[in-house]
Design a binder for this molecule. Sequence first.
Ligand code: IPM
Ligand code: MG
Length: 352
Amino acid sequence: MKKHIALVPGDGIGPDIVAEAVKVLDSVGRKFGHTFTYETFLAGGCSIDAIGKPLAEETLAGCKASDSVLLGAVGGPKWDHMASELRPEKALLGLRSGMGLFCNLRPAILYGQLSGACPLKNEIIGEGLDIMVVRELTGGIYFGERGRDKDKAYDTMSYTVSEIERIVRKGYEIAQKRNKKMTSVDKANILNSSQLWREIVERLSPEYPDVVVNHLYVDNAAMQLVRNPRQFDVIVTENMFGDILSDEASQITGSIGMLPSASLRSDNFGMYEPIHGSAPDIAGQDIANPIATILSVAMMLRYSFAMEVEAKAIEEAVSKVLDAGYRTADIFTESMKKVGTKEMGDLVAQAL
Ligand code: IPM
Ligand code: MG
């Protein structure tokens, strides 16, 4: 197959880690006979520096015209003082909504080789963790009406039936392919938008009779994630609750440098990125862990290109390299072999 991929390395360590993911993609191409071509676009702080705004029309158009998008990370202290319309984060929101990527998949997996990095007690973790957070990504308070008027400011969380239906259906479908258990998270004791959300989860439930669904309020869900994370399999939730819970879920795996994400449209077109940020303090120093980005490429192959065998090959290659004891600084423990960003990329590409 031939695929044209838009690269949006962004800021900080973005370029470092995207380069390694491309290395691995090229190695997949050689091994399985695919041709991947690339085109690089600016977004975030680097775009502000170059053209005065975080997201150029050209970047959005180039991403839309590609077969898939790989993003590194955006933002950094250099641009923190900017007005909210001009901040690097606006590029992310613009790409998400501009391409209609309403479905954000954020797996939180505890890697056996890194179980020591998990901050929870062994008896809580048991056999390990494998949670899939399904976050609504183009609605809710991120995109609702907002404003500031002297000593008053407001943001609006609003959802339509169709916006909720399409993400909830994704949640059910993903649960069907996993352990058939879905937790819907809302704040239906307070919010109208959550009451509608819950209504729709219930209404669609008979269409997915094999999936057991339960509801949790978001505050309780946050507590349950550290009290007993193994009760969760698929978590489906709205944009901001998903933002918060996915950070929490990733942290309890102890491997934030390892976790990928996918942001999908209904036709499986998507943008893929590590869940971690741009870590400007270690940018360009060959220190950052490229594995989250490499695993994001595996998600791209799986979800956008239906290349399941190739996706698994990347995941197994990563596993092999970890088994062999290689670690970047963020996941380094005594008696392991410390490697830099580039060497980690080389090792995974070779293991393929
Ligand atoms: C994320 C980030 C973004 C979000 C920020 C950078 C806009 O936290 O991808 O989770 O809030 O969605
Ligand atoms: Mg976040």
